[in-house]
Design a protein around this ligand. Sequence first.
Ligand SMILES: [Zn+2]
Length: 419
Amino acid sequence: MRWLRARYAVVPAWTAACLLALASLVLGHFDAAAEYKHTVAKDARLAGDRGRTRFIADLSRKVDVHVFALGNPYRVIVDAPDVSFQMPAGLGSEKRGLVTAFRYGLFAPGKSRIVLDVGGPFLIDKAFVLDARDDQPARLVVDLVPTDEKTFLAKLKETPSHEKANESPLPPQSVVRPPNAKPVVVLDPGHGGVDPGAKSAAGVAEKEVVLSFAKVLKTKLEATNRYEIHLTREDDTFLPLRERVAFAQKRGASVFLSIHADYFPAQTDKTKPVIAKGATVYTLSEEASDEEARALAAKENFSDAVAGVALPEDSDEVLANILIDLAQRETKNRSQLFARSIVGELAGRAAVHTKRLRSAGFRVLKAPDIPSVLLELGFLSDPDDEKHLLSDAWRERVAGGVVEAIDGYFAKKIAKNPF
Ligand SMILES: [Zn+2]
C-alpha cells in the first residue's frame, strides 16, 4: 500500500518470515530529532480484542518511531523524538484486549515515549506510522497478538533493548570534592514525564507536587549560602532510578534526598481502618522494617517499569547488593542521622504519619557512599494531605523544616567527626 514507508515492513501473518521481519522492525532505530520537532500527539485509542489488539495514536505529522517489547512486567515501548502530547485528560486507564493501560510523556530531553502495559505474553505483529491523508491525521499503529511465555522470552532474547545493553551492574564511584568546598545537597523529585507516580482522585499527580516542593526547598537552601544544591530533574522529564543515584555521585553529593508523595488505596477491611496521612521518612535496608515499608519500596521501585526502562537481570542486582552492603555500613549511620533530623523537624511543623524511622530496599537510595533518605511528603489519597501538597504556605513551612534538618545533620556530623 502506498502509505507505508518501505522500511516499516508489514508483517502479514504469524509465519517464519514474519519472525525475521519483526526482528528487523524491533531492532530498527531511526534518529531524526532535528527533522521532527513539534510533532503533536492529539489523541490515542485502543481497538480490537484479545486475539489482536491495536493501539492507534493521532499525530500532527509523520514521525519515526522505535518500537520494542519488555518483559517482567509485559510492556510495549514506543520511542519517538520530540513529540508533544496534547491528549484529552484521563486517557490510558481503559483496558481493552491485551492492553491493560497506557501512558505517555517525556522520557529524556528530546525523547518522547509511549508505554503500553500488556496483560500477558505477546508479540508485536505490526508497528508503522501512516502519513496524513485526506481528512485523516498521521497515525501511529501498533498491533499486538497473544503468544505463549516461551515464544515471548525467545523473542525478547533476540531483540535486547538498548537500555539493558548500557546498564552496568556496578555502582559508579562518587566524585571527591575539595576539602573546603560547600557540601553538595542533591534533591530528587520522584517520577516525572512518562511516569506520573501516585495520583489523587482529582488527578493531582505526585510528579508535579514533588517537583514544586523540591523547587521551594532548593530556593530556601540556596538562601542559607551554606550548600551547593542540585535537582535531579528541573522539569517534567523522566529519569531512571539508577541515573538519579549516578547524578548524585557525579556531583560528589554529601546528602541525597528523594522526595515523593504516597497513595493509600481504598480500604476494603472497614473493621481495621488505617489512617494514612502525613509525612514519613525512609532509609535503605536489605530487610524492610515492616510490611508497609516493603510495599512502598516495591511501588517506588516500579517507577522504572512504569516508564519502560528495562530492569537489570537478577544476577546483576545480587552482585550490586553485595558491593553496596560492604560500602553501605559507613553510610547507613549517617543516613539514619539525617533521617532522624528530618523527622524531628517535621514533627513540629506538619502532620507526620509516624515518627518511627522506616526502611526498605529503595533502589534510589542505593548510592553506597552518600547518606540517602526518602521523604514521603504525605498521601494523595487523603484530602487534607492533598490540600497541603498544593498549598504554598504548607510548602514553605515544611521546606523550612527540612532546611533546619539539613543544618542540624551537618552540625552533628561535624561535631562527631571534625576531620
Ligand atoms: Zn513516588
